[in-house]
Design a protein around this ligand. Sequence first.
Ligand code: RAM
Length: 343
Amino acid sequence: MKNLKRVLAMVMVLAMSVGVLAACGGSKKKSNDFALVSKSTGNPYMEKQAEGFEEAVKEFGGNAVIKYPANPTAEDQIAMITELVSQGVAGIAIAANDYDALQPALSEAAKKGVKIISLDSAVNAASRMTHVNQADPVAIGVSLVEAAYDLTGGSGEFAILSATSTASNQNTWIENMKKTLEDPKYADLKLVKVAYGDDLRDKSVSETEALLATYPDLKCIVAPTTVGIAAAAKVITDNDLTDKIAITGLGLPSEMAEYMVEGGACPYMFLWNPIDVGYLAGHTLKAMVDEKSTGKAGDKFEAGRLGSMEVVDATSGDGGTEVLLGEPFKFDTANIDEWKTVY
Ligand code: RAM
């Protein structure tokens, strides 16, 4: 009995000293929260990306915190970053609504020890450790111009229906499209307008309607956004214009399958696997939090089912680094049925 009391007393002393140590910060518990900030709510692409992120975080035993801003704006994302920092998350992966505007909030977060990466839509090099890039932006630009060339028969008017005017991913792709258009091969192909549907369904519909009203000779709309392409295809289909105007761009097979049929609005389009983009971001953020990488070119880390990944200089040439997932993949009437249930 006496011995038991003595043991209990020792256990209590030990527990108290651990408590004191913890209170002094000597063994401050490291956060296991991994946050993903999407561009906005109501975008199925962003939901698929979050699905992959959650899968990765679950795999390594972390806690995924998924955030969807109400509006696709920098302001909404800044509010979320501030909130996540005060919650003490270990890291934040963000699909940016603006390349530069998030810098003060993200730098502040980094100063407090929160690891920051971007995915899908990059923040500037000074605001991120690295960027998870879905596909080579040059390949995307070339594929989209080549598609417009093919679908217009090599000449005539086409328009771009983008997401927000500040989205760095769409802006990089559009820049690469414009560079590709400088090739004399495309001399008869005329880009008449870049419209912005802000990744909102209704705005994308009204912007498509405005394009039809303003450019009666329009032969093709290229939408490098999953929300935009689905909205444009719906307008063209509802107005019986499928034999006059072709829709192409970057689309989710699950949303586009109904338009990718014989005589449909969208003969073919491109994308990558958004689940894999989120999954890779989860593992990349973990590598930063565990200090297996500082985000410099040449660093290598394990990314679960994707195997070993390497940090490289960003293909956008913005002076930062990235982890590149792959090439854009072409979906057409022959393979769309295989993919429409996947994402
Ligand atoms: C939309 C978003 C996203 C982009 C895809 C292709 O869902 O704008 O950022 O990567 O389209």
